[in-house]
Design a protein around this ligand. Structure first.
Ligand code: KIV
Ligand code: NA
Length: 277
């Protein structure tokens, strides 16, 4: 397979060929999504919840995200790699945003970085693009500021709220973003954004009108203990399979079934007898 490029994604949008994006957080995860042939891999700050056990994305640190992102980089060759700048690591100034983003590009090998919201983030996006760093915008439900949005709930459900999402989307494209993630909005809002924007629009809980879709690795594979959002579809039940596997191992150890002879090593010819002497 050929390496995915931004130009290739724009061509897919033009040809109405849906773009496939998924998250990954470690090396085996990266190898799995690489083998599955996805277009874009996001090391989402959803890692805070999926692999680090925090109860929101707010607390995760840049160094934690960098460690996970580097592990994913080592497992990918074909898809574009997007690093997700954590909450607090880019908002305060253009200088902060550039310094943080450069770590994801230079230390972790990201092709693009993602930042959340409109507002001041539009200026941060412009500064990053001017510094030569490709940017993914993220509007609609933005989990880093979910508390201010009234919790993890769909956005853009009134005409005014829909226009606010659409305005943010247009502003982020004008700031130079290469891609836009739209999360948890009605399909009418997605359709309007797709029609207005030349850059590819990747939806999550945003209906079928987006130029592509993104889902969280642990959600789509059923590797997550707890409830998932309405928009999640499970394509496997890996947690159930993993618990069953570890239970079977525990039962065999306790029952003296594992290890069997074939799992052990033999001494060299005649050496066991010499050991007895
Ligand atoms: O962190 C994440 O996984 C995300 C995607 C859901 C877009 O931002
Ligand atoms: Na995120």
């Amino acid at each position: 397979r050929a390496r995915v490029t931004l130009a290739g994604l724009v061509a897919k949008k033009a040809g109405r060929e849906p773009i496939v994006m998924v998250t990954a957080y470690d090396h085996p995860g990266a190898q799995i999504v690489e083998a599955a042939g996805v277009d874009i891999v996001l090391v989402g700050d959803s890692a805070a919840m999926t692999v680090l056990g925090y109860d929101s994305t707010v607390p995760v640190a840049v160094d934690e995200m960098l460690m996970l992102t580097k592990a994913v980089r080592r497992g990918l060759t074909t898809p574009l790699l997007v690093g997700d700048l954590p909450f607090g690591s880019y908002e305060a100034s253009d200088e902060l945003a550039i310094a943080t983003a450069l770590r994801f590009v230079k230390e972790a090998g990201c092709d693009l970085v993602k930042i959340e919201r409109g507002g001041t983030t539009v200026e941060r996006a412009r500064a990053l693009v001017q510094a030569g760093i490709p940017v993914v915008g993220h509007v609609g439900l933005t989990p880093q500021t979910a508390t201010a949005l009234g919790g993890y709930r769909a956005q853009g459900r009134t005409a005014e709220a829909a226009l606010a999402v659409i305005d943010d989307a247009v502003a982020l494209q004008e700031a130079g973003c290469s891609l836009l993630v739209v999360e948890a909005v009605p399909s009418e809002v997605t359709a309007a954004v797709v029609a207005l924007l030349e850059i590819p629009v990747i939806g999550i809980g945003a209906g079928a009108d987006a130029d592509g879709q993104v889902l969280v690795f642990h959600d789509l594979l059923g590797l997550y203990d707890g409830g998932a959002a309405r928009f999640v579809k499970r394509y496997a039940e890996l947690r159930t399979a993993a618990v069953a596997g570890v239970e079977a191992y525990a039962a065999e150890v306790r029952g003296g079934v594992y290890p069997a002879a074939e799992h052990g090593y033999a001494m060299a010819e005649g050496e066991a007898a010499r050991l007895q002497e």
